[in-house]
Design a protein around this ligand. Structure first.
Ligand code: SAH
Length: 233
């Protein structure tokens, strides 16, 4: 008679040893990077503890996916470091019912965080190869509450406006004026504003025909290249 073996703890949890390692890395990322940086919104922390960030980085870099720095994702672009993603997302104060515009799809990681926290997300990327890769990863994980567009996100997405929130993951010399008209009253925009080498991460809230804005922290992002951003060189 064959006596069935007791399942190992790994089998009991339904996760492979490698998946368990990534889960531990995410817990450490929360405790050692996000919370010390000031990310306290439990919804943001729960989403980032769940999303498999390693799937969004190139295969050779998976082991660094949860480290405290940005990573190259190809095409000269980067995925922001975890604490920056957390702070930008937290500043939007999402509750779950919102329609959000995400500019600079890149790897799709920030978009996944927004898909967890808002009702629907519209994301624009100018490089089609990145957009297509992000789409595959998001579908594989089973997100369905997003739409992608390839084009110039500095012009927003007029057909889907107005948005409750806009998150821009590329730096611009000034806030593109179309974002004001594409935000609802009281809507929140997070965007890096400044020179090509360094910027301020700005939170701007629509108050009538103007923005009430404040600087969250200094930062360094790739350029927002487009009609209302930087010119392509
Ligand atoms: N949110 C991304 C970060 C991407 S980095 C992530 O989680 O991985 C910024 C991205 O903005 C780059 O992929 C870059 O190609 C894109 N980008 C730059 N200018 C843009 C524009 N005008 N419209 C749309 N995307 C733009």
């Amino acid at each position: 008679m064959v006596v069935p073996r007791r399942p190992s703890p790994f089998q009991r949890s339904g996760l492979t040893p490698q998946q368990q390692d990534y889960q531990i890395s995410r817990k450490r990322m929360i405790a050692e990077q996000l919370i010390p940086a000031g990310v306290t919104d439990p919804r943001v922390l729960t989403a980032m503890a769940k999303i498999p960030r390693h799937l969004f980085v190139p295969e050779g870099m998976m082991s660094q996916a949860y480290s405290d720095h940005p990573l190259h994702i190809g095409e000269g672009q980067t995925i922001s470091q975890p604490a920056i993603v957390g702070l930008m997302t937290q500043a939007l104060e999402l509750k779950g019912h919102e329609k959000v515009l995400d500019v600079g799809t890149g790897s799709g990681y920030q978009l996944a965080v927004l898909c967890e926290l808002a009702k629907e997300v519209f994301s624009i990327e100018r490089i089609s190869k990145l957009s297509n890769r992000a789409r595959r990863i998001l579908y594989d994980i089973a997100y369905v509450n997003f739409k992608l567009r390839i084009g110039d996100g500095s012009m927003g997405w007029p057909e889907e406006a107005p948005f409750d929130a806009i998150l821009v993951a590329a730096g611009s010399p000034e806030i593109p004026s179309v974002y004001l008209s594409q935000l609802k009253e009281g809507g929140r925009l997070v965007i890096p504003v400044g020179g090509s080498e360094s910027q301020d991460l700005v939170l701007a809230i629509r108050r009538g025909n103007t923005f009430e804005s404040k600087v969250i922290l200094p930062c360094r992002f790739v350029k927002l290249i487009g009609k209302q951003g930087w010119r392509e060189t």
